[in-house]
Design a protein around this ligand. Sequence first.
Ligand code: ZN
Ligand code: FE
Length: 258
Amino acid sequence: MPVIPIACLSDNYAYLLVCPETKQAAIVDPAEPGPVLRALARETASVAAILCTHHHHDHVGGNQEVALTLGVLRIYGHESDKGRIPSQTHGLRDGDTFEIGKLKVSVLHVPGHTTGAVAYVVTGDGDPAVFTGDTLFVAGCGRLFECQPPAMQESLQKLARLDGRTRVYCGHEYTESNLKFAAHVEPLNHAITEARIHTAALRKNGKPTVPSTIENELCYNPFLRTHSPEIRSSLGIPVNASSEDALGAIRKAKDNYR
Ligand code: ZN
Ligand code: FE
């Protein structure tokens, strides 16, 4: 399905998702109005909704101006984020569904980075897509600002269980530095080496590294690989430690990695 990444701020991505049949569209995480409105001017699409992954300003900063300029009446976010997401009209829960034209959007509540983080799974035209905000990045995950490791572990596993072909559209272009850390903790994983070569080529040409796929993330993303003996031995995580504890240790190591 047509998804257009829109570079915002220093390294954020907003996305324009278009139903190919009806030309109804949604904007995911309009970080700032300028680039979003300019991208829209190039497309024949009518924006029906704004989809917010979480309340941080670098994701919702453009909500109000985009909604006013385009007359968008539906602004989605988790129900617990009401009051934190500007102009929010709809409060979502895990499992909720709605439509953008003929595309079906399913909501996954994925606390970890924030308590009200959600991911949007879109189906109905070719391979599914998931918009993960700052929960799952290409080769990484978001910082644990409002939750503890077990919540993030459960949320990441929800995403890991999606169809492997699901395309992953995340909130930031952090792939190069994420893969550098992935290689540091799992140097013998050849999938990381391949992904680094691919990523370097894309970035050299100024191209985004999104989308990835769930299948690919399972191969190289250390936060989906808490079972990896190599990661565990690199970071001194006991073999019998729980996946939650391993995730916490990997996250801490990444926080301190330069
Ligand atoms: Zn954030
Ligand atoms: Fe962010």
